[in-house]
Design a protein around this ligand. Structure first.
Ligand code: FES
Length: 78
C-alpha cells in the first residue's frame, strides 16, 4: 500500500509544545493525508484497507473523498 500525495510546502515545519498530544508525544503524519500539515490528525485510518502492492490517489488528497488505484505505478519493496 502506498499513495500519491501532493505537497505544496517547500520548507520545514516548526513544532511547538501545543502540538504535543495529551500523552506528551508528537505525532508526525507519514500517510500524507492529514489536513493538519505535518501533524497526524487520524486521517491515516482511511488507508486501513489499502491492498499491498497498490498505489492509490485520493481525490484532492482528501481521506474522506474518492480514491482510485494508479495503474502502472509500482512501489518498492513492500
Ligand atoms: S499518519 Fe497521516 S494522518 Fe495520521
Amino acid at each position: 500500500m502506498a499513495r500519491e500525495v501532493r505537497h505544496d510546502e517547500n520548507g520545514p515545519a516548526v513544532f511547538e509544545e501545543s502540538d504535543l498530544g495529551d500523552d506528551g508525544q508528537l505525532y508526525v503524519c507519514r500517510c500524507g493525508l492529514s489536513s493538519e500539515g505535518a501533524l497526524c490528525d487520524g486521517s491515516h485510518n482511511a488507508t486501513a484497507d489499502e491492498a499491498q502492492g497498490t498505489v492509490y490517489k485520493y481525490e484532492d488528497d482528501d481521506p474522506d473523498g474518492d480514491r482510485r488505484p494508479i495503474d502502472g505505478v509500482e512501489f518498492g519493496d513492500e
